[in-house]
Ligand binder design. Structure first.
Ligand code: LMR
Length: 395
């Protein structure tokens, strides 16, 4: 029965992870997959996570099933972390998911059941897995303008013009913060205008929040989401704890619908039903780590300062890379790197130049020029800046 199959082409992130692992060169630099690394190139287990895990192992008495939605404590702390009390809990339906990826997929399945004809609008540059996830749920997507490549900032005119073209009942996928791959975030004023426009046109926002805490702060990064939630009748949210808790392989995510109170139970039941059809119960361990940390003042404070340290390292890498490229090229064209947010920036390089960086310099970034700023350290910054100047000179 399997002769008809051909294995699907892996997306650029997964293919690059494999190519990097297979490269024997010792000086290779991994600026590919979105994983935080310290200056020594490690992705350590956070201290707060270790402490929470020790407590869980000590105190946990059963590993029997929870409800389809997952652990109530996890859902409560995540609601508060994401929405910060912007809406009453009576408006929030949520289920735990295996990572942010499954949260995106489950929200797509929810849209498919509610309004299969909806177009899902996606920023022209987006996380490489967004489009396959939308397509896998049988939904149709369209790009909207987002990045102004010249300035490395928001194409404000294009963005709002495209929002203004969306039809009532459509869904617009927005990155809550730390836009992946551009590093360009909406400011509070942009969020307010977005909310007003979506309200006028009857378009439903779907916010993907995968990097809360890596932009400016936990609360500031959720400012747009909170504003939309307070202003609009319906919002969809997919969030991940992979990055801000360093729980990548534990697969901790949440899918959430913020709706009118009268619809809340229907949405909670529908999301739970969708979980039952794919993975049934979400994994518990990572979510329990998150709730243990967030419900304990000492652990929470410790976690927050570890997260602040990670953010500051990324900010520092941004500044240093921007300055080093400027130094090597004599041009301030790469100044945008320091102004952007989160782990990623999109460098204005051609795919062939990215290939040259990989082949000749052992520097790995995605084919579209996406760089994970957390993968840099002092030595890699100097080498990367020199190599980029080299490929630019060859133009
Ligand atoms: C990334 O964008 O590199 C990360 O979100 C990892 C992933 O799952 O693609």
């Amino acid at each position: 029965m399997f002769e008809t199959l051909s294995a699907p082409k892996l997306d650029g992130i997964i293919a690059l992870m494999q190519a990097f692992a297979d490269d024997p060169r010792e000086n290779k630099v991994d600026l590919g997959v979105g994983v935080y690394r310290d200056a020594a190139g490690r992705t350590p287990v956070m201290r707060a996570v270790k402490a929470a895990e020790a407590r869980i192992i000590e105190e946990q008495e059963t590993k029997s099933y929870l409800s389809l939605a997952g652990d109530r404590a996890f859902l409560e702390v995540m609601e508060s972390l994401l929405l910060g009390g912007a809406v009453p809990s009576a408006r929030v339906a949520a289920v735990g998911t295996p990572g942010g990826t499954a949260a995106v997929r489950q929200i797509c399945e929810l849209i498919k059941r509610a309004r299969p004809e909806a177009t899902i609008w996606v920023s022209a540059q987006t996380w490489p897995n967004h489009l396959p996830l939308i397509a896998a749920a049988g939904l149709h997507s369209q790009p909207y303008r987002y990045l102004d490549r010249e300035s490395g900032a928001l194409d404000r005119e294009g963005f709002f013009a495209d929002l203004g073209q969306m039809a009532t009942g459509d869904v617009v996928l927005l990155h809550g913060c730390c836009h992946n791959p551009t590093g360009v975030d909406l400011g509070l004023q942009d969020w307010a205008e977005t909310a007003a426009l979506l309200e006028r046109r009857g378009v439903v926002p779907f916010v993907d929040m995968a990097y809360q805490g890596f932009g400016e702060s936990l609360d500031a990064d959720a400012g747009g989401l909170r504003h939309l939630s307070a202003r609009l009748p319906e919002i969809l949210v997919a969030a991940s704890c992979s990055k801000n808790f360093g729980l990548y392989r534990e697969r901790v995510g949440i899918a959430m619908a913020v709706v009118e109170p009268a619809l809340r139970d229907t949405l909670a039941g529908t999301l739970a039903g969708l979980s039952r059809q794919s993975f049934a119960f979400p994994p518990d361990h990572g979510g329990r780590v998150v709730s243990t940390i967030l419900r304990d003042t000492k652990l929470r404070n410790g976690w927050q300062s570890e997260l602040d340290e990670m953010r500051m390292r990324v900010v520092e890498n941004r500044r240093a890379l921007s300055a080093a490229i400027q130094n090597e090229t004599g041009s301030d064209r790469f100044g945008f790197i320091a102004a952007q947010h989160g782990m990623f920036s999109l460098l204005p390089l051609e795919p062939a130049e990215v290939e040259t960086l990989r082949k000749n310099h052992a520097i790995y970034m995605l084919g579209d020029g996406r760089v994970n700023m957390a993968g840099l350290n002092a030595a890699a910054i100097e080498r990367t800046a020199r190599a980029i100047a080299d490929v630019l000179r060859a133009r």
